[in-house]
Structure formats: structure tokens, C-alpha cells
Design a protein around this ligand. Structure first.
Ligand code: AMP
Ligand code: GLY
Length: 424
């Protein structure tokens, strides 16, 4: 069948890499894609907010399956659009309905869902402009640090963690009264701070059954030792060494099962990924957030460890037959290290020529922000490429990623040389 992947990052290149090797895939399209996806699929220039253009592209190219990479089209209802458009209703789409996507689109909704289904998470209260004063009083009742979260999508920037009460009060006001994150912060969730170590668990669900995918840990800060500004992610490791079978059993029993059962009870159409951000506090798992898609760069370490044909898994997902397939995982560890443009996550330049890509051996290069010009690969984003390696353990895999990164170069190239530092 012909398959379309929506998105343009390292995550989508990784999907393309896995799907291209499936015997069920005839022609593969990525919209808009990058220079990496162009080497294994056909890139199509499309805006992910233009559902009608996506429809035309699906019909013109006889596409039977669509894999949605990022959250925005899901939160904007692309799955509902397919279901309600007669010519598209039989196209398989990997990604939840708009109601399902609200688990990521609204932090308040996610908290209410967890409360309703007894899923462990930090205590919270939510506030709007009208309850700003009550919000400030609530902050006074808490111990620092203070966790403020914009309710809506804020491109990964909507969470503030502050040590000072006055600063927290001021930021609450900035968010609610001065639209610090635009419409996204018209409601703010204030949360109890949880002190622990983070990990992510990925689930593929058909709304009834589920498969737990490999765990991963990502490194979000730009600076070594987890310092500086938050980024989309600077590297990742899978599996998470401290996610032992005892912890995973707790996560499955207390979080994964109740989440999927909750979706079912609420009759939410959900055929896609759930990316659960977790924190382990004194041995017990708590949910920090839900995402309704795969993570980036977590995908670059999770998918390379899945041996089962991805298209088979997706078909089973769309047919609500995930219970009938088994999933085989590569026992090796995977690591990825992101190479980024100097200046990222703040202003950076694009269009720098990248050299050394063809010299990389024994690692996989997943393009993130790249484009191709006159046969040359150039930078076209903040996060440029993810270098993924597999080996018997994450230390060996990291060594390979770093040896290969040393062969890459472009003007003002930067990467973190300490991915995994907190696990050694
Ligand atoms: P989120 O966008 O919800 O993933 O939050 C961004 C980051 O803030 C998380 O990855 C955590 O590092 C941190 N964080 C969020 N909520 C909490 C919390 N309740 N306690 C401690 N850290 C948190
Ligand atoms: N790496 C974090 C995310 O994709 O949300």
C-alpha cells in the first residue's frame, strides 16, 4: 500500500526508515519531510494545517495509511476530518481523535482524566484570569519549587519551575493576565513539585488493546549537565537502565492499563501512540504529562529497537486487533545524539553546508532540520541531525555515536557530549 507520513523532523525520518523496509509498503511519501526522507521517500510540500491539501494529496497518490508525526494536526482534529470525509473514511490513520489529543492539548484535561481514573500524578489546581488572586494564594500554600504549566500547546515552552515565591506569583500573572504564552496560558495548572528521576514510556494502542514499546530517557536542556534553556531534545537512550521489571510492572498496572481503560470508558477513539512522561519518586511512578504522539528524539532510539514490521503493527492498530500481533524488541541498547545549529534554541542561522555524512559508519543518520540544495545537504533548522547507534549497552552505543559525530561538520555545529551522564 501507499503510505504518507506527516512531519519533517528526525522522528519522521525514523518512521520513514522503518516503514520503507516493510514489505507492505509500496510507495512512501513524507510531507513536508527533509533531506533525509527525500533519500528514501517522496517529499511533498504541504502545510500540516491545510487538511484539504492533505486530502487531495491522499487521493492523488492513492494513499491507504497516514502516520501523523507531530501533535498539532491531531489537536486540530485531523483524525476527525478523515473520519467525517467520505472519500477518506477508509484511509487508516495513526493518531488519536481530537478528544484523545486533548490529553496533550490541555494540561487541565489531562489532570482531570488522571484524577477520574486514579492514575498517580502530582496534586494540582488550575486557575484562569478571573481566579488569579486565588492562584497567588494557592502558591503561598505550597512549598518551593513552584511548577506552573500553561494549559495549552506552547511548543514545549509552557512549563515554568521557579524557586522564588514572588517570581512564581509574577509569572502566574504574566501567564494569565498578560498572555505570556498567548491563548495557551489563559488557563494555568499549578502543580506540586515531584523530586525524582524522569523516564518516558511509549504505548501503541488501538483504544482497546495496547503494546508497551521500549522505554527512553531524553535530555532536554541545551547545556551539559542538564543546564541552560530547554530544547526539543538533545539526545536519548533506550532502554532506561533503571526501568527494571518491578518499576515497569507498576507503570503498566497503575498507569498504562488505567489510561487505556479510561479512554475506552470515555468512548474516546484512540488509535495511535501515547507517550507518557513519568517521574520515579522513591520507587513509585507518577505521570508528569501525556503526549499523543511519539517523542523526538525518543523515536530515534525506540523505533530502531522494534523488530516487528511497523506497518503490520499499524494495520492491527487501525483494525483494533493489536491483541492478535506480538511485538519483538531488539535487546541491544540504542542511543541518539542530536547535532544542532549554533545558537539553538534561540536564534540560529540556516543554510550551512554539512560535510562528513557519507563517512558515517555503523550508526544511522536521522535528518531533522536539513534540506538539499544543488546536491549538497544544508542545515535548515535548530536540530539538524540525530546520530543513532545500537550496541550491547548504552555506553558502547554512545561511543559509536560520538565517534561518528566527530566526522560531521558545519559552521557553528554543536552537540552535547554528555548524553547519559546521569546514568553512569
Ligand atoms: P512537561 O512539559 O509537562 O513535560 O514539563 C516539562 C518538564 O518540567 C518535565 O520534563 C519535568 O522535568 C518538569 N516537570 C513538570 N512537572 C513537574 C512536576 N510536577 N514536578 C517536577 N518537575 C516537573
Ligand atoms: N522530546 C520531547 C518531546 O518530543 O516532546
Amino acid at each position: 500500500m501507499n503510505i504518507l507520513i506527516l512531519g519533517s523532523g528526525g522522528r519522521e525520518h525514523t518512521f520513514a526508515y522503518k516503514i520503507a523496509e516493510s514489505k507492505h509498503c509500496d510507495a512512501l511519501f513524507v510531507a513536508p519531510g527533509n533531506a533525509g526522507t527525500a533519500s528514501i521517500a517522496t517529499n511533498l510540500s504541504l502545510s500540516l494545517s491545510d487538511f484539504e491539501a492533505i486530502k487531495n494529496c491522499v487521493l492523488e497518490n492513492d494513499i491507504k495509511m497516514v502516520v501523523v508525526g507531530p501533535e498539532d494536526p491531531l489537536v486540530n482534529g485531523i483524525t476527525n476530518y478523515f473520519a467525517s470525509t467520505p472519500l477518506l473514511k477508509d484511509v487508516m490513520i495513526i493518531g488519536p481523535s481530537q478528544r484523545g489529543a486533548l490529553l496533550e492539548g490541555s494540561k487541565e484535561r489531562a489532570k482531570e482524566f488522571m484524577l477520574e481514573h486514579n492514575i498517580p500524578t502530582a496534586a494540582y489546581a488550575s486557575f484562569t484570569k478571573d481566579s488569579l488572586e486565588a492562584g497567588k494564594q494557592f502558591l503561598e500554600s505550597l512549598k518551593p519549587p513552584y511548577v506552573l504549566k500553561a494549559d495549552g500547546l506552547a511548543a514545549g515552552k509552557g512549563v515554568l519551575i521557579l524557586n522564588d515565591l514572588n517570581e512564581a506569583r509574577q509569572e502566574l500573572e504574566n501567564m494569565l493576565a498578560h498572555s505570556k504564552f498567548g491563548e495557551a496560558s489563559s488557563t494555568v495548572v499549578i502543580e506540586e513539585f515531584l523530586d525524582g528521576i524522569e523516564l518516558s514510556v511509549f504505548v501503541l494502542t488501538d483504544g482497546k488493546n495496547y503494546k508497551i514499546l521500549p522505554t527512553a530517557k531524553d535530555y532536554k536542556r541545551i547545556g551539559e549537565g542538564d543546564t541552560g534553556l530547554n530544547t526539543g531534545g538533545m539526545g536519548a537512550i533506550s532502554p532506561v537502565p533503571f526501568a527494571d521489571s518491578l518499576l515497569m510492572q507498576k507503570i503498566e498496572d497503575r498507569i498504562v492499563k488505567p489510561t487505556v481503560d479510561g479512554l475506552k470508558k470515555e468512548q474516546i477513539d484512540y488509535k495511535g501512540f501515547i507517550f507518557i512522561g513519568l517521574i520515579k519518586v522513591a520507587g513509585e511512578p507518577f505521570v508528569i504529562e501525556y503526549n499523543v504522539r511519539m517523542g523526538d528524539p525518543e523515536t530515534e532510539v525506540v523505533l530502531p529497537r522494534i523488530k516487528t514490521d511497523l506497518v503490520t503493527l499499524f494495520e492491527a492498530t487501525c483494525q483494533q486487533k493489536l491483541d492478535e500481533v506480538s511485538i519483538e524488541i531488539d535487546e541491544r541498547a540504542a542511543t541518539t545524539v542530536m547535532v544542532v545549529s549554533g545558537g539553538y534554541p534561540e536564534a540560529y542561522e540556516k543554510g550551512k553546508e554539512i560535510s562528513g555524512v557519507s563517512e558515517i559508519e555503523d550508526s544511522i543518520v536521522f535528518h531533522a532540520g536539513t534540506s538539499q540544495k544543488d546536491g549538497k545537504i544544508t542545515t535548515n533548522g535548530g536540530r539538524v541531525m540525530a546520530i543513532t547507534s545500537l550496541d550491547i549497552d548504552y555506553k558502547m552505543a554512545l561511543k559509536k555515536s560520538y565517534q561518528n559525530i566527530a566526522k560531521l561538520s558545519f559552521d557553528r555545529m554543536y552537540y552535547r557530549s554528555d548524553i547519559g551522564f546521569d546514568l553512569f
